[in-house]
Design a protein around this ligand. Structure first.
Ligand SMILES: NC(=O)c1ccc[n+]([C@@H]2O[C@H](COP(=O)([O-])OP(=O)(O)OC[C@H]3O[C@@H](n4cnc5c(N)ncnc54)[C@H](OP(=O)(O)O)[C@@H]3O)[C@@H](O)[C@H]2O)c1
Length: 340
């Protein structure tokens, strides 16, 4: 049992300026629960939307932000055998979603459920996964949303195989995991970015084809040509402003994995005729379940894969970390270190 106070970030009203680091009572685990002493957390684009209120303007406040983190089991409640005190774990993104096609409306951490931007996080023992030993805390903290989404999209929904041609949009957190996993699976990968410098860094991670979407607005046709007859799979992270080009890039009968909407959620210029005439599959993806997380960790552990980290900020500087991600210059995950 851990008594006393902890510090936790609280979003008290929407807007980055309304984040406050507050004292709170350290919770004690009840039956079936574990208390995790958080060591690091990482940021997703989603956290920017949550903090500014555009993710869910009706979300109840105050709220503890951030979904992704990792730490040590500090205490366990009655009946817990799945993990032990001292284990290195990460809480899963959607508590209770352990398998199955979708989360069935279950809420996620960091909005509306209490997030991991706290020195301690209380959760069900069933809702954590054990981490591979080679990962630093910062690396481990990058996994629950971005990495699980990329894994589940590529291998759960699209069943990517060696030799498949995969197009990945942008070089954000989820995109770089998709790149690393697609290469691990033996795929040929094209990646887009608005920055030539980021494209070169993507090449160093294994990208086979580099396309600058800012210099080449008709990048869909370019990718189609690079791949001969188009991509088998498109990892669509751009949304409304990119979907039309993504549909141009995919081959007949190929799959567009609809994951993100960094350019907005509405697609005004999408021509649906080629979608059905060419038998394109549009597949929505919403993160992934605990089984996907566990399978991904096996691969990460076996291949000693290392997540790409752009920057680490101390716990007290969470607002600066969010500003850094919002600035758009990051290549890799932005991490907040919590423990000592
Ligand atoms: N459905 C799900 O379960 C799920 C899970 C995770 C993430 N997401 C969504 O996926 C998206 C990315 O999330 P993230 O956390 O990976 O974001 P992030 O790390 O903040 O990265 C955003 C990236 O978007 C890229 N971008 C901006 N404009 C673009 C354009 N016109 N075309 C292609 N790329 C563009 C930028 O790449 P460059 O700088 O290289 O241009 C930037 O690095 C968000 O919409 C997020 O909500 C959804």
């Amino acid at each position: 049992m851990t008594a006393g106070n902890m510090r936790a970030w609280r979003l008290e009203a929407f807007g980055r300026g309304n984040l406050a680091l507050r004292e709170a009572e350290t919770p004690a685990p009840g039956p079936g629960q574990v208390l995790v002493r958080m060591a690091a957390a990482s940021l997703n684009y989603r956290d920017l939307l949550i903090v500014d209120g555009s993710y869910d303007p009706r979300m109840r406040l105050p709220a503890v932000p951030l979904s992704d983190g990792a730490g040590t089991v500090a205490a366990i409640g009655e009946g817990v055998t799945r993990v032990a005190v001292g284990d290195r774990v990460a809480p899963i993104f959607v508590p209770g979603w352990h398998a199955g096609d979708n989360a069935e409306g279950r809420p996620a951490l960091g909005g509306p459920l209490p997030g991991v931007a706290a020195e301690y996080h209380l959760c069900a023992a069933e809702d954590v996964v054990r981490l591979p030993g080679h990962l630093s805390w910062a690396e481990a903290a990058t996994l629950p949303c971005a990495a699980v989404t990329a894994w589940h999209a590529l291998f759960g929904h699209a069943r990517v195989r060696p030799g498949d041609r995969v197009l990945i949009l942008g070089t954000g957190g989820a995109a770089l995991f998709a790149l690393q996993f697609a290469k691990l699976a033996g795929a040929e990968v094209a990646i887009t970015s608005g920055s030539d410098a980021k494209l070169e860094r993507a090449r160093a991670l294994g990208a086979d084809h580099l396309v600058n979407y800012a210099a080449d607005p008709r990048w869909g046709a370019t990718v189609k040509r690079l791949f001969g007859d188009g991509a088998d799979v498109v990892v669509e992270l751009g949304g409304g402003g990119t979907i039309a080009q993504s549909v141009r890039a995919v081959r007949r009968g190929g799959t567009v994995l609809l994951i993100g909407s960094v350019t907005g959620g509405r697609a005004a210029d999408l021509d649906l005729v080629p979608v059905f005439m060419r038998g394109v599959r549009l597949q929505g993806v919403s993160v992934g379940h605990r089984d996907a997380f566990t399978a991904m960790l096996r691969a990460i552990g076996h291949h000693r894969l290392r997540p790409v980290i752009d920057a680490e900020f101390p716990f007290e500087r969470l607002p600066d970390a969010l500003a850094h991600l919002a600035g758009g210059g990051a290549f890799g995950k932005v991490v907040v270190t919590i423990g000592d």
